[in-house]
Each structure stands twice: as C-alpha cells, then as structure tokens.
Ligand binder design. Structure first.
Ligand code: AMP
Ligand code: MN
Ligand code: MN
Ligand code: MN
Length: 296
C-alpha cells in the first residue's frame, strides 16, 4: 500500500464534539476523495458501527478509531487508537471511566462562567451536545458564540475555558499507560495525536515520546489539521528518531469551524512508514460492488 493513499484518520461526529453525524461524515469523506477513513470521537466508540456501515455503503475502506484524553505531566494529551475491536469490553470500560467525570466538570465550568456573569451555560452547552455523556469544552464554546459572548471558537479559547481564564477546570483523565494498553489489548495501534499542541519543553516532549514508546505506542500524527505545515517536518523527524509510524488526519469537527476539511491534507513525507501499512490486516474493507456480466 502506498504512502500516497488519501487516508483521513482523525475526525469527530455528533457522538463527541463534531456537528455532523457519522453518516454525514462518511458521505463528506467519500465526496472529498478519502480512500481510508477513521472516525475518532473523544473518549467514545459508540459511533463506530454506524461509521463502518456508512463507509461500506459508499465503498469506503475503514479503520476503527477513538481519541482518548490522557493526563501527562501538567497537560492533557490526546492518544488516538486505530484498528481495534470496537466490541472490546476492556476498552469500553476504560472509556466509560475516562468520560465519567465530564458531567461534574461541566457543572463546575458553568459555575465559574456564572461568576463572570454568563448564566445558564451548563444547559446551553448541553443543548449543543449530541451525546450528553460527552459534554466538552467545544459545546461551551458553541454556546458562547451562539449567545454573542465571543465572535468565534478561537476567541472563546483565548478568553475562557483555558488556564488562567474563567471556566478552566483542571481534570484527571486516563493514565498514558492505561490508554495505550486498552487500545493494544483490543488489537489496535496507539498514536500520539497532534504533538505540537501540548506546548511541552523539549525535555517533557522527549518524556512523552519515550514513555509512550515504552508502553507499546507505535505511531504519531505527522500531517494533521491541528498542526501548521511548518510543524510537519519537525514531527516527521521525531517519528524517525523514535521509530514510530506516521499518521495523517484532518481533526475535522464542523464545516463552520474547521479550517481543514476531511481528505484535505497534503501527503505524508515520503521517508516515513504510514500507520496504514502496519494496520493493513485491521482495515475493514468495503465489500466489492457485484460484477454483473454485460449482456450483448
Ligand atoms: P475537552 O475534551 O472537553 O477538554 O475539550 C477539548 C476540545 O476542545 C478539543 O478536542 C477541541 O475540539 C476543542 N479545543 C480545545 N482548544 C481549542 C482551541 N484553542 N481552539 C479550538 N478548539 C479547541
Ligand atoms: Mn474536539
Ligand atoms: Mn485532540
Ligand atoms: Mn480530535
């Protein structure tokens, strides 16, 4: 399989903090020329069977996906899982525990926002959440834009919901070793999501990559909609240094919010091993269209 495959292995549906259903995402991926797709909702794999069915109905090959929230050092890190068994009991249990604290956290976010005069934010955010178990800061961001408090999502995350601003609630997510183990023991591959986003020092970043590798992690996102193009070569070099396969994904959330569309990324740099090469045996191939003999 080629490195030039139009693979998009990171995006979000209404099952987490995207605005399109798994079916609408499959149609959009297909229309945009994606050849291998994965839906990677935050801390939730409830959309996987819908995504598989929708992809296969369109003739689109599929890898199961998830994006797990992890606490590492002082930061939240995201670990993408690809190619696991979507019915694995340990993975389901681990994800249920990881998202379990979201309701209480959301209440606390709303309490802080109320202190600066923004009322009813919990109810407002919940209205935007397609899955009430997966209420996230993105849903608060949509509420703050809807009510005119901020003009767009980037402004929300500059003024609210982040460290030092109202609505920032530190949270304990999964441990790195647990997230990698759940994915691996379900037959999948763990991938560090958008590494440039964590603002780690070089020492901290080295710790993340080496501990991840030590736990059995095998991949890193190199070409992602969450990185600037100038960051691609930096993480291509990290992939080579740590012997990690490279992934590619838009991190698409919504037509109105995401600047990178499904399937809209450049190819991986040529010297890398794409994750889909190592996951060949885990790809859920679309059934071939029946060949009907032509009648003369
Ligand atoms: P949570 O898992 O509730 O902490 O929400 C995290 C989500 O918020 C991410 O997956 C992004 O979708 C969104 N997010 C975080 N920071 C930003 C940002 N600076 N700009 C836009 N969206 C962001
Ligand atoms: Mn998100
Ligand atoms: Mn992420
Ligand atoms: Mn994401």
């Amino acid at each position: 399989m080629t490195i030039l495959l139009n693979a998009d292995l990171h995006c979000h549906s209404t099952v987490s903090d995207g605005t399109l259903t798994p079916e609408d995402l499959a149609a959009r991926a297909h229309a945009n020329g994606v050849q291998l797709w994965a839906l990677t909702d935050h801390d939730e794999i409830g959309g996987q069977h819908r995504a598989i069915a929708a992809a296969h109905a369109l003739g689109l090959d599929y890898l199961t996906g998830v994006e797990i929230s992890v606490s590492f050092l002082h930061a939240t890190v995201h670990i993408v899982g690809l190619g696991f068994d979507a019915d694995d009991a340990q993975l389901h249990q681990g994800l249920a525990e990881t998202r379990g604290g979201r309701g209480g956290r959301a209440q606390e976010i709303a309490r802080q926002l109320a202190q600066v005069g923004i009322c009813d934010a919990y109810e407002g955010a919940l209205r935007h959440a397609g899955n009430p178990e997966l209420i996230s800061r993105t849903h608060f961001a949509r509420f703050l834009v809807e009510t005119g408090v901020c003009s767009d999502t980037p402004e929300v995350f500059r003024r609210y919901l982040t460290e030092g601003h109202p609505g920032y609630v530190p949270h304990q997510w999964a441990a790195l070793g647990d997230a990698v183990r759940w994915i691996r023991e379900a037959g999948g591959m763990a991938v560090i999501a958008h590494p440039a986003r964590y603002r780690f020092s070089p020492t901290e970043e080295y710790a993340l990559f080496s501990e991840f590798k030590g736990h059995g992690g095998q991949g890193v996102e190199v070409v992602t909609g969450s990185h600037a193009p100038s960051e691609y070569p930096v993480y291509a070099a990290m992939a080579q240094e740590f012997g990690l396969a490279a992934s590619r994904g838009s991190d698409f959330h919504s037509p109105g919010e995401s600047h990178t569309d499904l399937g809209g990324l450049p190819d991986l740099p040529g010297q890398l091993t794409p994750v889909w090469e190592l996951l060949e045996h885990r790809i859920l191939r679309a059934p071939q269209a029946a060949v009907t003999p032509s009648v003369h």
